[in-house]
Design a protein around this ligand. Sequence first.
Ligand SMILES: [Zn+2]
Length: 170
Amino acid sequence: MADTIQETVNELLTKFKVHRPPVPVDKIAKGLKLQLCSLPAEDEISGAIIRKGDHVIIAVNPAHHINRRRFTIAHELGHYFLHKGLGEHVDEDFRVAWRNADSSKAVNWVEIQANRFAAELLMPTRFLQTDLDSLSNIDKRTVALLTARYVVSPEAMKIRLSQLGILGPF
Ligand SMILES: [Zn+2]
């Protein structure tokens, strides 16, 4: 099965000439003519996407750590590309939708897809593969190095490595 998320991300990286991490998600959003703005809100609110005709606004909670703000922009870009029908959408801590294997919880596929998109955009498979080829083993220190290199949270990096089958489930 062709992976549309990976394809869309690869096209974006080519279009914006991104050849190495960190992926400049804010520049990509602006390059797509999306408006980025701050949304002062409670801590649970990560961000939002608002579509009004051709005008699209991505709002981000400015109080959050840079890693989380970058993930929020990437997540909203996921909604932008994958969920065209979404008019106004506020994200309240979508991190709970990370683990999609748990069918006992109400699974929100829209959020899971947006998170998958965000992970692929911030930690593109081919960038990671190149980096990992030059490493002999993956330990705590390597994860910390990758986290700094990709400007993502350690949690996001660990989940990503586990998705790629590099780290065991945790
Ligand atoms: Zn969302």
